[in-house]
Design a protein around this ligand. Structure first.
Ligand code: COA
Length: 444
C-alpha cells in the first residue's frame, strides 16, 4: 500500500519555535495531548520573546517553561485545570486560571482571543492523508480550527481513534514527526475507604445504566465495584483504565444507550499502556469535543445517566468546593457541573459527589499535619463553589450516602452531618446553629 506523501508539510521543532513572536498565544492539547516535542523546548526561546501566553491544561509533565523561575517572565500559562507542574507555575506567578465549565473550554476562550499557534498531537497520516487528534479532543479541534497557524506532532505511538476529530493533512499548516509515548497515568490502588464508598455508589447503579466517572481513587473504586452489573454504558469526559477493564470483562457493552448505541463516548483517554493499546482503532470508543460530551442537553439523551465525581470540601448545605483550597486554585471545575446537570436531566438519572470525611492537612501555625473534616459548616474563606447546592444530588463519604435533592436546608444539614466523621458531628451542629443556618440542634 502506498504511503500518503505529506513531506511538503514537514518541519522541525526548531522551525516551529521560530514562528513564536512576543505577545502570541500558543494553545496545545489536553494532558496526553500536550505537544511534548515543542513544549519541552519552548524555554529555549525565552530570551527572544516576552509575554507569550500558553493555553495548556492538565499538563502531566514538568516542562521547563512552566516550572523553572528563569522563564517565568517570558511565558504566562493560562489553564482551566491545574496539575502539579501547573501549580508550580502558579506559585511562580506564571500561571493563571481560566474559570469555565469543560463544555465551554474552547468556545468561551475564543470569544476573548484566538490562538496564534495551535500545536497538538495526532496519529500518523493514513494512506489517504487522514489523521485523528488521537487520545484527546476536549478543546483541540475547536482551538485548532480557530488558530492562525496549525501544527500537529504526528506520532506512531498516538493511536488513530474514532470520534469527531478527524482531519486531513491539508487542513493543517505543518507537521512534525515525533515518536514519544503518551504519558502513562498509573492505575490507582483503591484503599479501604475508597472501596466502602465505591460499594455504596455501586449499590445505586443498575444494569443498563450509563456512567460518567471522574479521576482518582474513588472513581476507580466505583469501577472496581461494578463487576457483576450488566450492559453498562459510558458517556464521560475521561475514559479510564477502570472503564477499559469493565469493557474487557463484558460489563460495559453500551448496548442499552439511547444515544451512540454500542459506543462509549469520551472527550479524552488517559491511563495505562494497556488502555492506549485497547483504544487503538477501536470503533467502540469515540473521542468527541467536550462541547458535545459535556453538553447537558446531549448527556440527558441517555436514560439512567449516572455521574460520579469528587470534592475537596462540602458545606452542611451542600455547596461543593472541588477545585480550590480556600482561595488558592488547586485543580479546576472541569466537567463537574456539566455532568451533574446532564445526569439529573436524564430520565432516572443520578449524580454523586463522593469524598472522604476527613483530610490530613498541615496546620499553618504549627506546621504539623492534622486531621480536619472535609464536611464543614462554612467553606474556607475564598473557597470556589464548583457545584452549587442547587445542583447537588447524592453525597457520599465512607460513613454513608445521602440524597439531598429537593431537601430544605434544615433537612440537608441533618443528612450531611450524618455522614461526616463522628468526631466532628457535634461541632458541625453547633456551628450550623451559631451561624444561623439552622434553629435547632441535637446533643449527640
Ligand atoms: N482542606 C484542605 N486541604 C484539603 C482538603 C480540605 N478540605 N481536602 C483535601 N485536601 C488536600 C489533600 O490533603 C491533598 O493534599 P496533598 O496533595 O498535599 O496530599 C490535596 O488537597 C488533594 O486532595 P485529594 O483528596 O488527594 O484530591 P484528589 O487528587 O483525589 O482530587 C479533586 C480531588 C476534587 C481535587 C479532583 O477530583 C478535582 O479536581 N475535581 C474537580 C473537577 C471534576 O470533578 N471534574 C470531573 C471529572 S474529571
Amino acid at each position: 500500500m502506498e504511503k500518503y506523501d505529506y513531506s511538503d508539510k514537514l518541519i522541525t521543532v526548531d522551525d516551529a519555535l521560530k514562528m513564536v513572536k512576543s505577545g502570541d498565544e500558543i494553545a496545545t492539547g489536553l494532558a496526553i495531548g500536550v505537544a511534548k516535542g515543542f513544549m519541552s523546548q519552548l524555554h529555549t526561546i525565552a530570551d527572544k520573546v516576552t509575554d507569550v501566553r500558553v493555553n495548556a491544561s492538565l499538563c502531566i509533565e514538568p516542562y521547563e517553561f512552566l516550572v523553572n523561575p528563569r522563564y517565568s517572565k517570558s511565558f504566562m500559562t493560562e489553564t482551566w485545570f491545574l496539575t502539579p507542574p501547573l501549580r508550580k507555575a502558579r506559585d511562580l506567578g506564571a500561571c493563571s486560571y481560566m474559570p469555565c465549565h469543560l463544555q465551554y473550554c474552547a468556545k468561551k476562550r475564543v470569544v476573548y482571543r484566538t490562538p496564534d499557534i495551535f500545536i497538538g498531537t495526532a496519529s500518523m497520516p493514513d494512506r489517504n492523508g487522514f489523521v485523528t487528534l488521537s487520545l484527546s479532543n476536549s478543546h483541540e479541534i475547536e482551538l485548532l480550527n480557530a488558530s492562525k497557524i496549525k501544527i500537529l506532532e504526528i506520532n506512531p505511538n498516538y493511536p488513530a481513534m474514532y470520534g469527531d476529530h478527524l482531519l486531513h493533512v491539508r487542513d493543517v499548516d505543518y507537521l512534525i514527526e515525533q515518536d514519544y509515548h503518551p504519558p502513562v497515568y498509573p492505575d490507582s490502588q483503591p484503599n479501604e475507604k475508597d472501596m466502602i464508598i465505591g460499594k455504596l455508589i455501586a449499590d445505586k447503579i443498575n444494569d443498563g445504566d450509563c456512567i460518567q466517572l471522574g479521576i482518582g481513587g474513588i472513581p476507580d473504586a466505583v469501577a472496581a465495584s461494578l463487576y457483576g452489573k450488566k450492559d453498562l454504558g459510558v458517556h464521560t469526559e475521561l475514559f479510564t483504565t477502570g472503564m477499559m477493564k469493565l469493557a474487557k470483562a463484558g460489563v460495559i457493552t453500551n448496548a442499552k444507550k439511547n444515544l451512540n448505541n454500542h459506543r462509549a463516548v469520551t472527550a479524552f483517554v488517559m491511563g495505562t499502556e494497556e488502555l492506549y493499546e485497547y483504544v487503538t482503532d477501536n470503533p467502540s470508543i469515540m473521542v468527541c469535543a467536550s462541547s458535545y460530551t459535556n453538553n447537558p442537553d446531549i448527556i440527558r439523551q441517555n436514560d439512567n445517566m449516572v455521574s460520579i465525581n469528587t470534592s475537596l470540601e462540602v458545606d452542611v448545605t451542600g455547596q461543593c468546593c472541588s477545585e480550590s483550597i480556600g482561595s488558592k486554585q488547586f485543580s479546576g471545575t472541569g466537567g463537574q457541573t456539566d455532568t451533574a446537570a446532564g445526569a439529573q436531566l436524564s430520565k432516572n438519572g443520578k449524580s454523586f459527589i463522593a469524598l472522604y470525611s476527613t483530610a490530613m492537612v498541615k496546620n499553618p501555625k504549627t506546621g504539623e499535619k492534622e486531621e480536619i473534616s472535609k464536611i464543614v459548616s462554612q467553606l474556607k474563606p475564598g473557597a470556589i463553589v464548583s457545584l452549587t447546592r442547587n445542583d447537588l444530588d447524592y453525597l457520599v463519604t465512607e460513613y454513608g450516602i445521602v440524597r439531598v435533592k429537593g431537601l430544605s436546608v434544615a433537612d440537608r444539614v441533618e443528612k450531611i452531618i450524618s455522614i461526616a466523621h463522628p468526631k466532628f458531628r457535634q461541632k458541625l451542629w453547633d456551628e450550623a446553629y451559631e451561624y444561623g443556618i439552622i434553629w435547632h440542634r441535637p446533643e449527640l
